[in-house]
Design a protein around this ligand. Structure first.
Ligand SMILES: Cc1ncc(COP(=O)(O)O)c(C=O)c1O
Length: 391
């Protein structure tokens, strides 16, 4: 086995969750998904497709009607995008891996803004690239980008810059001006930007957003500032905004020059996303205007339930998330997040993700996924944490 694969860390979130296997008394907030199932109108579309016998391979790049629907949806949020620039993928993870396979190989330098969902640093490492971590800074509870530090790290040697905003786990979001600065810099250095924007619709800010019919919000996107031919790849997922984590469906927006290569890579990775899953995604996009704003409102209510209660606990410092579905916080005196997360499960029946799962930069922090159809679960969780904080 290759050394890079041997050296991949195991998931520290799983390590905590495994300790609770078979315990029904644990309130679990460790994984990045809601406890609300996929809406019926999406499930029904998949059922119809299966009943209609759509059980065959499809085009590598996805059903033409789904590619068109993604292009229309994206164009409704950002600058116009053509269907030729869309590749349908078997999840957001798969979209990001395909992007990395297309752009980076052994010895290439890949700069990643951290702390971040661990797949984004593992993927280039698997491909033999050299990963350079540039850390956000925690200042007074909020995580901020040190732009000067990032621009210094991205040089003509840098093949790819990976940025995830809204960010998992910190909730940090890029402003449009920052995106412009990063893109301009990467144009100068000849660096590709891989933007993970899977949480773009789950954005709580009001300023600097692209309003969709005035009814909903969307985080600023690199697509708002880029030209079609820029070295920019944007990765998306149906998992978060359509509550479809288990379906494994996502997409990439790529420059026209990259579409063919991504199609070939899909052939050799998965060949295509399942057709009935693509039909479900299509139904989701067609119903987006009637569904996503309500979901974001429910998530905002969850955030607004959890955050003040967390912040009121003694010794707790919490970053207010501008987007995403996570509260990221630290408890005074608890500097080993893995050990503390394990104790929270064992002694309080509370399941959280340890910050160190997102990199050493986030050691001492904990991540709490607040996406729940029942916000009282969040308050119950805070009570359990409170008992441990007072110890
Ligand atoms: C930042 C980020 N990007 C991408 C994904 C991938 O989502 P999926 O593979 O479910 O589409 C996740 C999932 O948690 C994520 O947090």
């Amino acid at each position: 086995m290759r050394t890079a694969i041997q050296q991949l860390p195991g998931s520290k979130i799983r390590e905590v969750a495994n300790a609770a296997m078979g315990r029904s008394d644990v309130l679990a907030f460790w994984f990045g998904e809601s406890d609300e199932p996929t809406p019926a109108f999406i499930r029904d579309a998949a059922t119809r497709s299966i009943q209609d016998g759509e059980t065959f391979y499809s085009h590598n790049l996805g059903l033409p009607e789904l590619r068109q629907a993604v292009a229309d949806y994206t164009s409704g949020l950002h600058r116009p995008v053509s269907a030729q620039r869309i590749a349908i993928t078997s999840s957001g993870v798969n979209a990001l891996m395909l992007a990395m396979q297309a752009l980076a190989g052994p010895g290439d330098e890949v700069v990643v803004v951290v702390p971040v969902w661990p797949n984004l640093t593992a993927q280039p490492a698997i491909l033999g690239a050299q990963v350079v971590r540039v850390s956000l800074k925690a200042e007074g509870g909020a995580w901020r980008l040190d732009m000067a530090r990032l621009l210094e790290a991205v040089t003509p040697r840098t093949r790819v810059l990976v940025v995830n905003a809204p960010n998992n786990p910190t909730g940090w979001t890029l402003s449009r001006a920052e995106q412009q600065t990063i893109l301009d810099h990467c144009r100068r250095t000849g660096t590709w930007v891989v933007a993970d924007e899977v949480y773009e619709r789950i954005h709580f800010g009001t300023a600097d957003v692209a309003a969709v019919g005035g009814a909903s919000t969307c985080a600023p996107s690199f697509l708002d500032v880029a030209e079609p031919d820029d070295r920019l790849v944007v990765a998306h997922s149906f998992s978060k905004s359509f509550l479809m984590t288990g379906w494994r469906l996502g997409w990439l927006v790529v420059p026209p020059s990259l579409t063919e290569a991504v199609g070939k890579l899909i052939e050799y990775n998965t060949s295509c996303a399942p057709v009935f899953v693509q039909r479900a995604g299509l139904a989701g996009l067609q119903g987006a205007a009637g569904f996503v704003p309500g979901l974001v409102q429910r998530l905002r209510a969850c955030r607004d339930t959890l955050l003040p209660q967390l912040a009121a606990l003694p010794g707790v410092q919490v970053a207010v998330p501008e987007g995403g579905m996570y509260a990221f916080f630290r408890v005074e005196g608890q500097n080993d997040s893995l050990a503390f997360a394990k104790r929270l499960v064992a002694e309080a029946g509370l399941g959280l993700a340890p910050g160190v799962a997102f990199g050493p930069e986030a050691e001492g922090w904990l991540r709490w996924c607040f996406a729940s159809k029942d916000p009282t679960r969040l308050s119950d969780g805070v009570q359990r944490l409170a008992a441990m904080v007072r110890l």
